[in-house]
Ligand binder design. Structure first.
Ligand code: SF4
Length: 118
């Protein structure tokens, strides 16, 4: 392969790398948290004193972050929930349609049930 061809090939490869890096940056900057309304987030005071290790609660969702009253990696904490309430947090007793269980928090799911009758 001639020096000219090697240089052209290297130049093409660099062009591809730069294009790919550009696409990745576009995707990163396009990512935005979803609104509470879009994901169907609800937060009811009645559930504040519930056992948050059980049931469908943000507290035991893999996306929940325990800081400044509660945050979510994928849902915006500002804005109204489905009931029109504005709390400015993702409360530990809230929940939404994107809920994914964190089995480290849901203690019961990790227990092994042994049926001694068998
Ligand atoms: S249930 Fe929804 S709002 Fe709550 S932490 Fe999980 S993804 Fe975020």
């Amino acid at each position: 392969m001639s020096d000219k061809n090697i240089i052209e090939k290297a130049s093409d490869t660099m062009g591809n790398v730069i294009d790919k890096a550009g696409n990745i940056m576009d995707n990163v900057t396009k990512f935005q948290k979803q609104s509470k309304l879009k994901v169907g987030y609800v937060e009811r005071d009645e559930f504040k004193n519930s056992n948050l290790h059980k049931g469908f609660f943000c507290y035991n969702c893999i996306y929940w972050i325990d800081m400044t009253g509660g945050k979510c990696m994928i849902v915006e904490d500002k804005g109204p929930d489905l009931f029109g309430n504005v709390s400015d947090v993702i409360a530990p007793h809230g929940c939404c349609s994107v809920y994914e269980p964190d089995f480290d928090e849901i203690k019961e799911q990790k227990e092994v049930v042994v049926d001694e009758k068998k």
